[in-house]
Design a protein around this ligand. Structure first.
Ligand code: CAA
Length: 388
């Protein structure tokens, strides 16, 4: 039985900050960002955008392509949850008019939870083929001002419909996984921004890749050359390049640079101009591959390396289904990216400090240009609106 991604769509915010503006303000050579970490722009969420409004924007085109009453569960992965008790999916449930015979759950482990949701949804559909599950990964990556992480912010949400006989990607059985209790990136309950031991986090990421690769090969018997394209979790695109070089060294691959690049660079195009979107980032990379690769991808095997600081990691593969290109939503992705408005540095800082929501009542100025908006807080209850 084939189970996997039937439809996939991503959303980002209406604003971005150029790394040229960022570098100029900080008095740093812009090539540190363009070349050193591989980022050109980062999507910035205005105060009236959060993971729920971003998720709604990601999922609505999927729901318009199917009967939304058939959705049986929503698995919502996020590091930037908006409530300690109520799951973000329930806010979304109302906003998107989902059926009441539907289950909602929020999943958390830093950037890993989206991959966990995808694996869980695949198992649920295998157990009962009537299930049609929405897996959502949505995050707003936010670090302290003037910290090393500030240059690696961004935001985005990915919606994936998981069904039997998927039209885009069959998830293959068998994966490699790895957990280790480390403090490389974390966000205590009292903080809006993540804390990070940046250099250490890159080392833990690469070690986790090696560990999951070993487990993956033991579990599946597959080798490096069985994989046509590689998608990595992308906190910044240089990290994915380092990951691929590490894997090539580990397996002793002699692949020429041009060939290695052809297998990895298409999955970095969107992330380079969107920035980090934590749990969504790996899947923004997959969408980037689908939308930008020049070759026909029918029956090609794609690998996914998910890394969540703290840390939990997983390496698995899927096979692209013939005819996949007929159901891609490429135009919507490119239009959103192209239509973002560039921020000056002052407005970026203004947005940054306005996203402190620790108050029972709050009215927000209108910046979000999309159909779904986080409109404020009344008596400690978050309010959302949908434009007719
Ligand atoms: N021209 C070209 N390259 C330049 C340059 C210039 N003018 N100036 C610097 N560089 C290069 C450096 O040589 C360096 O390259 P290498 O990594 O190949 O050595 C690179 O640019 C970065 O420079 P620094 O190491 O000096 O940068 P930094 O200390 O300011 O920050 C970072 C780097 C630690 C990764 C920081 O961006 C950070 O803290 N990021 C957040 C944490 C993160 O993303 N970790 C990734 C793994 S954890 C994860 O993946 C989960 C997640 O989503 C957070």
């Amino acid at each position: 039985m084939k189970v996997g991604i039937d439809l996939i769509h991503f959303a980002t915010s209406d604003y971005f900050l150029g790394m040229d503006t960022f570098a100029q303000e900080k008095g740093i050579d812009v090539n540190k960002y363009y070349v050193g970490i591989g980022q050109e722009k980062m999507s910035i969420a205005p105060p009236d955008e959060d993971i729920v409004s971003l998720a709604a924007k990601a999922v609505e085109p999927i729901l318009q392509a199917i009967d939304r009453n058939e959705i049986t569960a929503v698995l919502f992965a996020t590091e930037t949850g908006i409530d300690q008790s109520k799951s973000a999916g329930v806010f979304l449930h109302k906003l998107l008019n989902l059926p009441s015979r539907c289950r909602m759950i929020e999943l958390k482990h830093a950037c890993y939870a989206g991959a966990a949701g995808l694996q869980m949804a695949t198992a649920m559909v295998k157990a009962n083929t009537k299930e049609k599950i929405l897996v959502i990964a949505a995050d707003i990556a936010k670090y302290d001002q003037n910290s090393s992480g500030e240059a690696t912010q961004g935001c985005g949400a990915v919606g994936m419909l998981i069904t039997e006989n998927p039209r885009i990607l069959e998830i293959e059985a068998g994966s490699g996984y790895f957990t280790d209790d480390v403090m490389d990136f974390w966000r205590p309950n009292h903080r809006n921004t993540a804390l990070v031991d940046g250099k250490y986090s890159t080392k833990v990421y690469l070690n986790s890749l090696k560990q999951t690769w070993d487990h993956f090969t033991e579990q599946t018997g597959r080798v490096f050359d069985d994989i046509d394209y590689f998608c990595y979790h992308i906190p910044f695109t240089k990290m994915a390049e380092k990951a691929h070089q590490t894997l090539m060294r580990k397996v002793g691959s002699k692949l020429e640079k041009a060939h290695a690049d052809a297998k990895t660079l298409p999955s970095q195009i969107y992330n380079r101009i969107v920035g980090n979107s934590y749990s969504a980032s790996l899947f923004v990379g997959f969408i980037s591959l689908l939308d930008n690769v020049k070759d026909q991808l029918d029956n090609k095997r794609v690998s996914f390396f998910s890394y969540g600081s703290g840390c939990v990691a997983e390496f698995f593969t899927g096979v692209i289904q013939p005819g996949y290109e007929k159901v891609l939503m490429t135009e919507s992705h490119q239009q959103q990216i192209d239509e973002r408005e560039e921020l000056d540095y002052q407005t970026y800082v203004q947005f940054y400090y306005q996203t402190d929501y620790a108050q029972p009542n709050l009215t927000l100025e209108h910046f979000n240009k999309g159909a779904f908006r986080f409109s404020g807080i009344e008596d400690d209850k978050r309010q959302y609106s949908k434009q007719a």
